[in-house]
Design a protein around this ligand. Structure first.
Ligand SMILES: [Zn+2]
Length: 227
């Protein structure tokens, strides 16, 4: 079974070592040293990566994509709906009005733009729901709601998945994605149902601790909960 190593600061990246060595998400530019140090400690350099799987376009997940691409030649995979943002064709939208914080942040465009600022990278393989990455033994399950092209990478053989920001697990408490940077509560709920229905043991979130065992059952309890 592939070995999954969590690299965490305010956001998680996962280094997976097995037949292929790949990275899921790339953290914020501020965490670049930490990311490379963790890779180095595990005997991996940027040029060893066969793939980078992106869960979504937010700057705290694609922040070092460009830098890694300059050092190696990993195949970069991302969900169709998020590719134009990752490649810099479309600017990220203003904070949404789904939460009070979003409404406040909308009045501070300078601050938001500074946070969202991120060098665009290049996507090599655009994926959609139901597709497979055969060489990695992963299936694509689209999870829209936080971002339009939010993508999870599901390892059915081992009942686990990388799920991006759809569910967070700060301090061992499951929660919804940050609503000020999400666009649809209805789609978030539909995506939660999808995750709950996958009967997964472990989920690897973009923020907080690894979820599980019994991850899908834990996610099921989130559905319909008021936050
Ligand atoms: Zn996000």
């Amino acid at each position: 079974m592939d070995n999954v190593i969590r690299i965490s600061s305010m956001v998680n990246a996962y280094l997976v070592k097995g037949d292929h060595t790949y990275l899921v998400d790339t953290m914020v530019p501020m965490s670049r040293k930490k990311l490379y140090a963790a890779m180095h400690d595990n005997g991996v350099s940027a040029s060893d990566l066969s793939h980078i799987l992106l869960t979504h376009y937010h700057a705290d997940h694609i922040g070092n994509l460009c830098d890694i691409q300059a050092k190696g030649n990993p195949k970069v995979v991302a969900g169709a709906g998020d590719v134009p943002y990752i490649e810099g064709e479309i600017k990220p939208p203003a904070p949404s009005e789904l939460s009070r914080a979003g409404k406040v942040l909308r009045k501070m465009p300078g601050l938001v733009e500074k946070y969202q600022k991120c060098k665009p990278g290049r996507v090599d393989e655009t994926v959609e729901d139901g597709m497979k990455l055969e060489e990695l033994g992963l299936e694509i399950v689209a999870l829209p709601g936080h971002t339009p092209g939010g993508t999870s990478y599901v390892d059915r053989a081992n009942n686990r998945a990388f799920i991006g920001d759809l569910v967070s697990n700060y301090f061992g408490r499951l929660g919804l994605p940050v609503l000020s940077s999400s666009y649809s509560l209805e789609e978030i709920e539909a995506s939660l149902r999808k995750l709950a229905g996958l009967d997964l043991d472990y989920m690897y979130p973009g923020h907080g601790r690894i979820i599980g065992p019994g991850a899908s059952k834990l996610v099921d309890r989130l559905i319909g909960k008021k936050f």
